[in-house]
Write a protein that binds this ligand. Structure first.
Ligand code: FAD
Length: 488
């Protein structure tokens, strides 16, 4: 059997995989990325957050490339949600003291976005091998030391590395080598049914690129404008509605659209795309879960291989690329011998879990804002929310999460650093235009936003972003280039 040796092997070429591969290759390490598909390949997850398209993209060196790619600019989100029968809008607001080139995100066709990140990994020296499927993990003396894989012809290979990163997404089972048990959320047990439409209506300017989320009796819809003509439309319903979509998903989607007046109105003059990669109506279920732990000696899980939580707030690619950044810091530090492995990966796991916990809590409070609790979907949410606190407690327990106070202090320091000379940096703060809200006053929301702002400022300013405090007692902080850990 052919055998090769690397510093890092990455399984999967989605956003998580290409990010960790690039950020370790940038430090001069020999990185192999194995991807089972030939890109471009279809993936859901089209609405991004500013922390990804500015913060992480800057570290990767692709922010300009994303800006030039012609993706739909997303200034924020518009929601028909909660007590207010009228849609309300939030924007990624520009800090009033600064020009605002980073106060937006993009709606992306993932075939194009993921290709840009994968090409960038190649450009940074990563050896990318498509049509190569990882078939097994190699262990030596209790430590993961490599992978077995097969190319398109089925020829078997073995490759060894100091670190194996599992970024193989939602469908793969490679994560079992790190954490055999995947914990599915009892709270977000939903099913998504989605397709693509040409000619759908747009929100009035300047919100024409916003994600539109519309709650209705049976769940909620996303309506994501990908281009002037193309729209991604998906319904999220209870998982036990599965039988409704089994026979004829097209008829099921049409019926759900008919039941949601706002989406019905927006699609009144639209036609469904029926050919090519967007021609299929797809179903996804069981997609909110968290593994424990996220690492063992020699191997680490990131992106959907590690965790995912309900898509209403578009956190998937953010969690995937943020987890990739944290893993890259740990791997770089260990390979350079500056931090010991347990300290480096404990920091990775704590920060990653904290971020996941923040979004989980955020989403739970967001769901509970929906006032129409007579309906089956929302009544079920209300009941299962009793469990949500248990799940959150579990997540926070295994996370050792920092308090909301600490996160808010980080936000404050970041804005000071920005005000002190950041130039063209805008913080990813949220400005809620029109509504009263539990969400508005939530420390959880502020913590989520502050983490995004911190990643952005660090990516753009490096050491000039200000001296970071550790997030945890005895914790580590990022190095000036943000690609490693150091002791405070
Ligand atoms: P992926 O993008 O899945 O990439 C994993 C890669 O690994 C794939 O290319 C796969 O081919 C490869 N692979 C798998 N197994 C192997 C193997 N054995 N060997 C080699 N390669 C392998 N996120 C958002 O940010 N915004 C949204 O609006 C959004 N909407 C969503 C809606 C729904 C219904 C769902 C279910 C998710 C949504 N997400 C959204 C989440 C988003 O899809 C994921 O979080 C994101 O794609 C995760 O990226 P990843 O790199 O971890 O995995």
């Amino acid at each position: 059997m052919n055998s090769e040796s690397y510093d890092v092997i990455v399984i999967g070429g989605g956003p998580a995989g290409s990010t960790v591969a690039t950020l370790t290759a940038k430090k001069g390490h020999r990185v192999l990325l194995l991807e089972k598909e030939k890109f471009p390949r279809y993936q859901i997850g089209e609405s991004l957050l500013p922390a990804t398209v500015h913060g992480i993209a800057n570290l990767l060196g692709v922010a300009d490339r994303l800006g030039e790619a012609g993706f739909m600019r997303k200034n924020g989100g518009t929601f028909r949600w909660g007590a207010n029968p009228e849609p309300w809008t939030f924007s990624f607001a520009v800090s009033p003291r600064l020009a605002g080139p980073t106060s937006h995100a993009y709606q992306v066709e993932r075939m194009k976005f993921d290709q840009i990140l994968l090409d960038n990994a190649r450009k940074n020296g990563v050896k990318v091998q498509e049509l190569c499927t990882v078939t097994g993990i190699v262990e030596t003396g209790g430590r993961v030391t490599g992978v077995r894989y097969a190319d398109a012809d089925g020829t078997p290979y073995e490759a060894t590395a100091a670190y194996v990163v599992d970024a193989s997404g939602n469908m793969s089972r490679t994560y079992k080598s790190v954490s055999p048990q995947r914990h599915y959320s009892p709270y977000f047990q939903n099913l998504a049914l989605f397709g693509y439409y040409e000619g759908g209506k747009r929100l009035p300017a300047p919100n024409q690129g916003n994600i539109l989320c519309a709650a209705f009796d049976e769940g909620w819809f996303w309506y994501i404008p990908l281009t002037d003509q193309l729209t991604s439309v998906g319904a999220v319903v209870r998982r036990d509605s599965a039988d409704r979509v089994q026979g004829d998903p097209e008829a099921a989607l049409r019926k759900l659209i008919d039941d949601c007046p706002l989406i019905k109105e927006y699609l009144a003059d639209a036609s469904r795309v029926t050919t090519g990669p967007y021609g299929e109506i797809r179903v996804r279920k069981d997609y909110s879960y968290c593994n424990a732990p996220f690492w063992r000696s020699g191997m680490v899980l990131i992106g959907d291989a590690a965790c995912f939580v309900d898509p209403v707030f578009s956190s998937g690619v953010h969690l995937a690329t943020y987890g990739a950044l944290l893993a890259a810091r740990s791997i770089n530090s260990c390979l350079e011998g500056t931090v010991d492995e347990t300290a480096a990966f404990t920091e990775f796991e704590r920060r990653y879990r904290r971020e996941y916990g923040v979004f989980h809590e955020f989403l739970a409070s967001f769901y509970s804002m929906q006032a129409d609790e007579d309906s089956y979907f929302w009544q079920a949410k209300k009941v299962t929310q009793q469990n949500a606190s248990n799940l959150e407690a579990f997540v926070e327990l295994v996370a050792g999460t920092s308090s909301g106070e600490e996160a808010l202090a980080t936000a404050h320091r970041t804005s000071e650093a920005i005000a002190a000379g950041a130039g063209a940096l805008a913080a990813a703060t949220y400005e809620l235009d029109t509504r009263p809200s539990a969400l508005h006053s939530s420390g959880v929301v502020a913590a989520a936003m502050s983490e995004g702002a911190r990643i952005q400022s660090h990516a753009l300013l490096g050491g000039d972003a200000g001296v970071e405090s550790p997030l945890f007692d005895d914790g580590l902080i990022a190095t000036d280039d943000s690609l490693g850990w150091t002791r405070p």
